[in-house]
Design a protein around this ligand. Structure first.
Ligand code: URA
Length: 434
């Protein structure tokens, strides 16, 4: 088999066989096929696309390129949740204890973030002493006993994806639905989930900028799940404004704790209930979304989800006194209000820009080497559709640097669009693809 022939066949719009897909994924992972040939193939895939069989084959070839976690020691249906990425997205922190307190095992692999804020692990390190380093036996034991454990990426999961993603990044071939879908699904499948709930974000702060593109990606991932025997459901949700109010690591953790106490922002809770309901159904604990939703709401009302969160943080070495009193979290030196310069209604909040402003304050990593400042970020005080009078506070900047705070103030004002005529009805949930 020759790579040259695969490139020609795809360039001419033909379908690649399973063997051909395995050939190029294995060859590239082992360093036997050069970047320039794989780049040419990726560009051909970009223009000529892949069908769902080819996409499933590509996914499984990437899964089989490295370790596949065996979670069979964990009792029950393992349901994983994945978000395609957004601004101020702390759903994992809220959702996992809610679901775990219903007896559904949550065995989660998470990463550190390269972007507006840290990843889930960075956020959880807001708890002094919290660690994701633990032997496999302890991880399994924690999931079996308290139903929740979170580890960093261990082993070598889907190394082919890592290599291909890096190449796509520099060859203009990231935004192809088959390539994104197979990339995301390969990592989830290698991480051992039986069933997967996907949160596909759409809007300014998301990968997918249009509803059509988000639905296409959702259908593709659900189809891959079906083709490889993992029940997969995708929720399409709004990322045309940040989720909740907080953007920043400790700030988002505080917001998650407040949500678990029943005092969080409505949109964050609603999205957690929607995603959580699908997880509960996939785990076989409820028959329909209404029943699942009631069960989940009850975990908040009864305090069980909050207790589960405490149990989880403690089991991984974290101090939990901050959960009872979030004022004990480290605070930024300067908390600077941003005031509206005119009256009207908030028509838009440019999510991506707001995320970048938080990153410039130090909440996220611009490069892998950047050090995150856990205390800094932005807390929104007004969201889309809210009325504001000139001088009203629209957001608070949390910064450890006065100059950066001053710059952030102007940048936030530039990215809040306040108009007289509000005409921007965007739903939180666009739909669910099964
Ligand atoms: N996230 C991934 O993991 N892969 C992609 O291709 C895009 C987003």
């Amino acid at each position: 088999m020759r790579m040259y022939d695969l490139i020609l066949r795809k360039r001419n719009g033909e379908e690649l066989t399973t063997e051909e897909i395995n050939f190029f994924v294995n060859g590239y992972t082992k360093g036997e096929i050069p970047d320039y040939q794989v780049s040419a193939l990726l560009m051909s895939i970009f223009f000529k696309k892949m069908n769902s069989r080819e996409t499933a084959d590509l996914t499984m070839a990437m899964v089989n390129s490295g370790d596949i976690l065996d979670l069979s020691m964990i009792d029950g249906v393992k349901v994983d949740k994945h978000s395609t990425g957004g601004v101020g997205d702390s759903t994992t922190l809220v959702l996992t204890p809610m679901v775990a307190s219903l007896g559904i095992p949550v065995a989660k692999m998470s990463g550190r973030g390269l972007g507006h804020t840290g990843g889930t692990i960075d956020k959880l390190e807001s708890f002094k002493g919290f660690s994701v380093e633990m032997p496999k036996e302890k991880f399994m034991n924690n999931v079996n006993t308290i139903k929740i454990a979170l580890a960093g990426q261990t082993g070598d999961l889907a190394p082919a994806d890592k290599k291909l993603y890096a190449l796509r990044d520099v060859t203009g071939t990231v935004d192809n639905v088959s390539l994104i879908a197979s990339s995301i699904m390969s990592k989830k499948i290698a991480a051992g989930a039986d069933s997967i709930v996907l949160d596909v974000k759409v809007g300014d702060g998301a990968f997918m900028k249009t509803k059509e593109a988000a639905f296409e990606l959702a259908h593709e991932m659900v189809e891959i799940g079906k083709n490889v025997g993992r029940n997969t459901i995708a929720v399409i949700s709004d990322m045309d404004q940040p989720l909740g109010l907080a953007i920043g690591n400790i700030l988002e953790v505080e917001e998650a704790i407040n949500t678990l106490k029943g005092q969080g922002p409505e949109d964050l809770l609603e999205l957690c209930l929607t995603l959580g309901s699908q997880m509960v159904i996939l785990a076989g604990k409820a028959k329909n979304p209404e029943e699942a939703r009631d069960m989940l709401l009850n975990t908040i009302k009864s305090g069980e989800a909050l207790e589960k969160f405490k149990e989880f943080i403690k089991a991984q070495g974290g101090e939990t006194d901050v959960i009872d009193d979030t004022n004990k979290f480290e605070k930024a030196k300067y908390i600077v209000p941003v005031k509206a310069e005119n009256s009207g209604v908030v028509e838009r909040i440019n999510s991506q820009k707001i995320g970048l402003i938080a990153m410039e304050l130090g909440a996220g990593r611009a490069t892998k080497e950047s050090i995150i400042d856990l205390a800094v970020g932005i807390v929104l005080n007004k969201k889309r559709g809210d009325h504001v009078e000139e001088g009203d506070i629209i957001a608070y900047i949390h910064s450890n640097d006065e100059t950066k705070a001053e710059k952030a103030k102007n940048d936030i004002l530039d990215n809040y669009v306040i108009t007289k005529e509000y005409n921007n009805e965007i739903p939180l949930i666009y739909g669910i693809v099964r």
